[in-house]
Write a protein that binds this ligand. Sequence first.
Ligand code: MD6
Ligand code: FE
Length: 219
Amino acid sequence: MKQSELDLFTTSERHQAIWIGKSSAVLPLFALAEVETLLPALRQIIRAAPLRHMITPGGQQMSVALSNCGDLGWVSDRRGYRYTPLDPLSNQPWPALPEVLLELAARAAEAAGFAPFTPDACLINCYVPGNRLSLHQDRDERDYSHPIVSVSLGLPAIFQFGGHQRSDRAQRVSLSHGDVVVWGGEDRLRFHGVLPLKPGEHPRLGQRRINLTLRKAGP
Ligand code: MD6
Ligand code: FE
């Protein structure tokens, strides 16, 4: 659905989506009502598949700590970036994607006008103050026709949303606890990143920001 068609709906029906691209919307506080269900589920996932600092193919350690849940998890090492069914730390399957997240992702994608979305991978990124994520494209998934749903928790961050060239000027989007971003379609391969996290203390998550990105990575 295009922005013009979504304008036919009332603001409450479209959850006051803020369009940051033709097929990209921020849904402010969309996840807030689910946070108290989400946090215990996340804690359990991280106990089974601890947050870790992966090595990029270039040999640098990522400042952001990450883990995954779902049938597939995103990993990086000297050999490259890819999705794997097993956690390389434990050689066990990644923890299951909790129902609350599946349901939230499906509702968010629908609110942004996408076709029914059934993610099979959730990347969990954990930032502490000073951590940043440099401009990148998400291109390790098999089929770019599926959107990505991103849930922000904890300390606020400034998200950079660029264009199709790394050198394109990036808009800055502020993302707070409970905000959800949905993007896909023609925006799916836009460069994006996160500016260094500012110090702070979040009442629920402390000195951290957690970002969950839900995707359909496999067939
Ligand atoms: C973050 N997010 O917000 C990093 N990628 O911490 C991403 O890299 C991202 O939010 C693809 C789609 C949505 C995202
Ligand atoms: Fe990304």
